[in-house]
Design a protein around this ligand. Sequence first.
Ligand SMILES: Cc1cc2nc3c(=O)[nH]c(=O)nc-3n(C[C@H](O)[C@H](O)[C@H](O)COP(=O)(O)OP(=O)(O)OC[C@H]3O[C@@H](n4cnc5c(N)ncnc54)[C@H](O)[C@@H]3O)c2cc1C
Length: 388
Amino acid sequence: MDFAFTDEENRIISEIREFIEKESTPEMLEETHKLERIYGGKLGREFIKKFASNGWLCPSWPEEYGGINSSAMLTYMIKNEMAYSGIPALFVGAHMAGPTIMEFADEKMKEKFLLPIAKGDLEFSLGYSEPGAGSDLLSLEMRAEDKGGHYLVNGQKTFNTHAHVADYHWLAVRTDPDAAKHKGISILIVDFKTPGITIRPMITIVGSRTNEVYYDNVKVSKDCLVGEENKGFNYIMEALDYERMFPFAHYRKVFENIVEYAKEKIVHGEPLSKKPLVRQKLAQLEIELEASELLYYNLAHVLDNGKVPNYQASMEKTFVCELDQKISAVGMEIMGQYGQLSKGSKWAPFDGEMEYYYKWSIVETIYGGTTEVQKNIMAQRGLGLPRV
Ligand SMILES: Cc1cc2nc3c(=O)[nH]c(=O)nc-3n(C[C@H](O)[C@H](O)[C@H](O)COP(=O)(O)OP(=O)(O)OC[C@H]3O[C@@H](n4cnc5c(N)ncnc54)[C@H](O)[C@@H]3O)c2cc1C
């Protein structure tokens, strides 16, 4: 087994590091932090458009769609680099909807969306969850009635995170209420400027914004249907696999800062890094970070072999998100009450990063499917245990 990245992959990553160093401004990084690293802010868009002009946003896509025909491995290296550096890192268009359009949409839809996505011109918001349909997504009720030339859409979505900064809604709707639950769902791509759509903020425990989105007699052209009518649940399943392939390097950065803190902080006359308990905990986390790296890059390896990782993506998401909680808990223990201070306090180490990421690590085990749901997927599809 060869675990090395190629010279070309390493060269592009060095170029990307230089680009980020040169082009990112404190204002853009601050905006990105406020947006919880999602894509869509004004400064983030300016930055990413420049970044994407090198083909780095969707590198594994063909050149005609704005990529550079690279390996999936390079895509995953870049995603991790973006997560590490604090630039926008969570993309629905480039990393979830885009690959699904590439696989299932007709040529007209590919022409319309893929190049603009790869150039950073467009962002989407995921419209799956509803008040009565989260883990049990098959229960979704938002209705799209066939009115001949268009659909008439009514209903409510919840937790639609990018909605307030995105251009398009990647919307799951029920097109056939009489069919079996999984056979009556379709995906529409809806322009957020369409009349009848209302977006309302929902604030999470981190202080971040996600949204409720209401559709009130919204007319949506039939051209907005992705792939075939009533096949949407298959497309959602694949887009979810892409969503669950989680970069983890933002917590690698948090971990490095905790290590630095332990080296520098003097308690009872010696640095914390000399305390056996602190050393043991940090060493354990490093072992698990290395394991994350293997799980993460294995996803790229599966993609490079022509398959979409399924239970492997659930495995990686679960491991990484649970590790993020462990890193946060150890950081809080090591920093003591300083760790609880939030951004802006002059006493907060790393400008309140610990307090922020402690809370964020809770959110991570919920969005994209909860940890319990990921374990069910592994049990069923990975281990072949019966469906319950
Ligand atoms: C910050 C944030 C951002 C989000 N962004 C988006 C977004 O952009 N678009 C979108 O559509 N959705 C989004 N979501 C919604 C997210 O996908 C759902 O919250 C998640 O799938 C869980 O659904 P629920 O909240 O309805 O909880 P429920 O499904 O009601 O789950 C409640 C609890 O029951 C457990 N549970 C449920 N079913 C099972 C089972 N079969 N076996 C074992 N345990 C089970 C769950 O693990 C959980 O602990 C976001 C959520 C959050 C918190």
